[in-house]
Design a protein around this ligand. Structure first.
Ligand SMILES: [Zn+2]
Ligand SMILES: [Zn+2]
Length: 138
């Protein structure tokens, strides 16, 4: 996502909306998958010699639960504010590296399908979220 500095002249600023394919930003990891594009909204305003960007980043992510190993989805929805000093030689600002950073910062280290996920039976491997198992383990 790029901002042309000349377009941000009025006090109301500029509103931009863009969808980015996560593959372009190499955002998928072994653990984290994307089930939608990244949807970016940016409200850009100008102060004396900087641009202030209020960002909203949305995507549907998926991962395998670290306890029960089932894949689950969740909605990533983050607001962030960025500011860029305006340098007279620059005509545009590329927000993409910061957008990527903001997403990766919020990746869970141990994804859980549910905070109360019961995980797998250590004896027979059954998913204990689906009820008790018959292996005799309590
Ligand atoms: Zn789970
Ligand atoms: Zn069991």
């Amino acid at each position: 996502m790029k901002i042309l500095i000349n377009q941000v002249v009025t006090l109301e600023g500029l509103f931009l909306e863009e969808e980015i394919n996560p593959a372009e930003l190499e955002l998928e990891t072994e653990l984290i998958k994307f089930h939608s594009n990244l949807k970016i909204k940016a409200q850009v305003s100008r102060v004396i010699n900087a641009l202030i960007v209020d960002l909203n980043i949305y995507a549907v992510l998926a991962a395998a639960c670290s306890r029960c190993l089932e894949e689950f989805e969740w909605q990533f929805n983050k607001n962030a504010q960025l500011s860029y000093p305006i340098d007279n030689s620059a005509t545009s600002i590329d927000l993409t590296p910061e957008i990527r950073e903001e997403v990766i910062l919020d990746y869970p280290i141990k994804p859980l399908c549910n905070l109360n996920c019961k995980g797998l039976c250590v004896k027979c491997g059954k998913n204990k979220n689906e009820g008790g198992c018959n292996c005799g383990s309590t």
